[in-house]
Ligand binder design. Sequence first.
Ligand code: 4GX
Length: 232
Amino acid sequence: MLCMRFDVLTIFPDMFTPILMDSIIGRAVKSGILEINTINIRDFSKDKHFKTDDYPYGGGSGMVMTPQPIYDAWQSVVNGLDYVPKLVYLSPQGNCLTQKKALELREEKHIVLLCGHYEGIDERIIELIVDEEVSIGDYVLTGGELPAMVLIDCVSRLVPGVLPSEEAFSNESHYSGLLEYPQYTRPYDFMGKTVPETLISGHHANIDKWRQEMSLKRTAQKRPDLLKPSPL
Ligand code: 4GX
């Protein structure tokens, strides 16, 4: 039944309760398709004040997350497993989280997510245990928790059984590399603006053609960068 497991190493485990409650992800956790655990890095601190950060060697402003509690928190997840789960560190220096990257991560049965704070984590953690750094975009947040939630949300919805229907994600934005076509629901006339005639014609071939054309037109207008051949 269990399809995918996430373990989140964080100093703010309570931030994750909203995505584990009431949401589509929460429902998948309750039904056993997903397992999501949070591990409080602070619980593993050997410091007498349970500190998880320290001053940077070489000086400078801000604090750096100490390696020991992170390493021991990771050990607590890996202990007893007969495989080593992929460890992803959320950081602005990472590979961009795209739909392609989400489809790739969906192939893992178990992902451990490491959330950093302050000026980041001790570089030796990245060298010793991090498999991949992933960024959710070119902006700076206060911590890796929101990026971890974004990653869990976008990878989880690709796991079979999490969304009500499989087709729900097969024709949506970015799946085909194009943006979605415009959607309409009732009423037919809203504030004098009516629904495009093709959509009420009942002619399915014409509707498909209209949607494809609109997807392409929209992408050219709003995100022309998506139509350019990628350098990779
Ligand atoms: N996409 N953040 C990581 C700590 C940090 C600081 C410096 C490395 C170097 C982010 C993003 C993001 C905030 C998570 C800073 N790590 N993560 N954190 N954008 O902004 O993923």
